[in-house]
Write a protein that binds this ligand. Structure first.
Ligand code: C2E
Ligand code: CA
Ligand code: CA
Length: 662
């Protein structure tokens, strides 16, 4: 059915295809009307010359009626059509009714002219070329839907045929001098002419159909291309998930705002939004629910700042460029609305605000600063907004410094390894050392990992630091052994990102080989949170490490939400109990039974237990009483340089297990 409708040209056209046809027709109209104008001018000139040459002045009125009027009508038609189609192409006039009218009037005039002239010619015994030319001109050069071409050409051919037939009948009858009506039937057009006539009609329609289908195919192709184009250009400025603007659009527009707004600049503020705990929401309710929530929040922010520049940068991060007036109220309201969306996961809106200073126009920097302000209030319960100020500026500068100088710091030896002893609970002898990084900076002094680890992870530079620590530890081992100094097995902290950003296991193997370090002297600590992130390569990496002969420890056990799952899925040699458990030791009476159970659980799972953050004798005694295997903490020693540790061992303040003495 559809195929038949298509063949007849009865299918519905999309706006694009319809416009495409109109456009094609109007372009053709320009050429055709020009041809008509030239032709008619030529006819008029020719006839006028004939009148003057043959002195036919007296017959002027007769000639005017017979020829001039036709030529003038066509000339006039051609002019109107030319003007209209040029205006259409230039986009000055897009009236569809006018397009159809122009097309129809043009077609009717052409065909009528063709019929009239050809009948005249035929009467004189000449061929009917004008009729054929006009049919082709009006029906095949212009594009018609096949059914309308069929009707128009059918009607005109029949009319012409009827007129021709009548004319022949009359002339043959006159010739025969018989006026008997009964004989008319055998006096008309001959059979051969009829067949020729029929074929000509069919050919005209075929050309019309082919023409129509050709243009339609082009139109559909162009429409597809246009759609792809539209999609791509939309994609380049629109966030695919939420439909609000994306980062690219934001940057471009924000740049324009900053460059063009010279007055009232104090009023401008960049806001960076982050939804705290969105990750947990995603984990709990799944990816789709997470996406739905993001879409909802995106539109809430977009609506709340309806006259401002709103965009989604990534994940649950949104950036807005707006006027500072009233922004605080809007953020407050938004925060309330977002809280209402939470189910069992506590959702909180966090916003960092940055006001550009003076003529500043660096959009990336402005967004980074707003983001920095936002990050600074993460995990600060019920704090929604933080303006970027001098304190943050100092911290921000330090952050930039760390990111820009990590390579330098490694190359210049500013990265040091500090060792914190790990002791056997039973006799308080050192059985291991944890390697902890320090950055001894010429400008900032001693920087602790609490400052730089997170930044290096954020900028995916952490593997450089960890490689440097591996190398230093192996070197320290070799030096100690070569000079007969004590040294115990060292546990290294690996970031989850190390496995992603480099072949950290391969690097460790190389270093161990280079400095000839026995595998038993290297342990690897992996934090629990690294394992809950569901990275496919981590289980493999852990397996490899153990197969190569290294021991793998679970660090910070109990600090996250999925501690027990991690224990179920992986095997570790040592379970390092997070120092958080000891923080409420003296006033929280739940701490003791919990610790006791963790220690007993580790025994059941064939792991050694180690509690970190031991600061008091009371804690140490309790851990001894419950059978915790190892302890680590300020009670025994803070992390110190290897030389300091040796001095303290030499002084007898710390004792090292016999097997590691030298
Ligand atoms: P962590 O692995 O949990 O290391 C234990 C942290 O607790 C160390 O802080 C240590 O100095 C501190 N600490 C030890 N005993 C006590 C105590 O009794 N009381 C208190 N309050 N704190 C204690 P540090 O050295 O500042 O390291 C912080 C974190 O930085 C480490 O936590 C570790 O996650 C990370 N880190 C340190 N060095 C490296 C490294 O080389 N590579 C990687 N990827 N991360 C590192
Ligand atoms: Ca650790
Ligand atoms: Ca730890």
């Amino acid at each position: 059915m559809r195929a038949i409708l298509n063949a007849l040209g009865l299918e519905k056209h999309s706006d694009y295809v319809r416009d495409y046809f109109d456009n094609v027709n109007m372009r053709k109209c320009i050429y055709m009307s020009t041809v008509i104008i030239v032709l008619e001018l030529w006819m008029i000139i020719r006839l006028t010359r004939k009148i003057f040459k043959d002195s036919l002045h007296s017959q002027f009125m007769h000639l005017f009626e017979k020829y001039y009027s036709n030529y003038l009508i066509l000339l006039f038609m051609g002019l109107i059509m030319l003007i209209y189609s040029i205006r259409f192409i230039r986009g000055k006039c897009r009236n569809r009714a006018m397009i159809i009218l122009t097309k129809i009037v043009f077609m009717v005039v052409c065909i009528y002219f063709g019929i009239k002239v050809s009948l005249n010619d035929y009467y004189k015994g000449e061929q009917i070329l004008t009729f054929i030319t006009m049919e082709l001109f009006a029906l095949c050069l212009l594009t018609w839907r096949p059914f309308s071409a069929f009707i128009i050409s059918g009607a005109s051919f029949m009319y012409f045929y009827y007129k021709m037939n009548q004319m022949i009948a009359v002339s043959t009858m006159i010739n025969r001098n018989t006026l008997s009506i009964a004989n008319i039937s055998d006096t008309g057009v001959t059979e051969a002419t009829k067949i020729n006539f029929f074929f000509m009609w069919i050919s005209t329609i075929m050309v019309c159909i082919a023409n129509y289908n050709g243009i339609r195919a082009q139109a559909l192709k162009a429409e597809n291309l246009q759609e792809v184009n539209n999609y791509l250009s939309k994609l380049s400025v629109e966030d695919e998930l939420t439909g609000i603007h994306n980062m690219v659009y934001f940057r471009n527009e924000a740049e324009k705002v900053l460059n063009y707004v010279t007055t009232d600049r104090d009023n401008i503020v960049f806001l960076f939004f982050d939804i705290e705990n969105f990750k947990s929401y995603n984990e709990k309710y799944g990816f789709h629910a997470g996406n739905d929530l993001l879409i909802k929040i995106a539109h809430m922010i977009d609506d709340a700042f309806n006259n401002s520049l709103v965009s989604r940068f990534s994940d649950d991060h949104f950036v807005v460029l707006t006027s500072i007036d009233g922004a605080k109220n809007i953020i407050g309201k938004l925060s309330g609305e977002i809280k209402k969306l939470q189910k069992e996961v506590h959702l909180e809106l966090k916003c960092g605000a940055y006001k550009p200073i003076g003529n500043e126009a660096d959009i990336s920097l402005a967004c980074d600063r707003a983001r920095f302000a936002c990050n600074s209030i993460k995990k600060h319960f019920d704090r929604t907004l933080r303006l970027y100020d001098k304190t943050l500026e100092d911290k921000f500068q330090l952050k930039q410094y760390i990111v820009n100088n990590i390579d330098n710091a490694i190359a210049n030896g500013y990265i040091k390894v500090y060792y914190q002893p790990i002791l056997l609970t039973k006799n308080k002898e050192i059985c291991g050392l944890e390697a902890l990084a320090r950055w001894q900076d010429p400008n900032y002094g001693l920087l602790s990992p609490g400052i730089f680890i997170e930044i290096l992870e954020e900028y995916r530079q952490i593997y450089k630091l960890d490689q440097c620590i591996i190398e230093s530890v192996c070197r320290d081992y070799r030096e100690a052994v070569d000079s007969n100094k004590p040294f115990a097995p060292v546990s290294l902290n690996f970031s989850r990102l190390d496995f992603e950003l480099c072949d950290i296991v391969g690097f460790l193997c190389e270093a161990v080989k280079k400095y000839n370090v026995p595998k038993e002297f290297i342990d690897v600590e992996i934090t629990e949170s690294a394992l809950t992130d569901q990275h496919e390569f981590l289980p493999n990496a852990i397996k490899n490490l153990r197969e190569f002969g290294y021991r793998v420890w679970l660090d910070d056990f109990g600090s996250g939400y999925s501690s027990l799952n991690v224990l179920k899925d992986y095997h570790f040699d040592v379970l390092k109990i997070d120092m958080k458990f000891l923080s409420g030791f003296s006033n929280n009476n739940k701490t003791r039974p919990i610790l006791e159970n963790i220690v007993s659980l580790s025994k059941q799972l064939d792991m050694l237990s180690l509690t970190e953050g031991v600061e008091t004798n009371e804690q140490c005694e309790f851990l001894t009483s419950i059978g915790c295997d190892r302890v680590q903490g300020y009670l025994f020693s803070k992390p110190v340089p290897i030389e300091t540790l040796r001095e303290r061992i030499a002084k007898g303040e710390l004792t090292i297990c016999d097997e590691y003495k030298s």
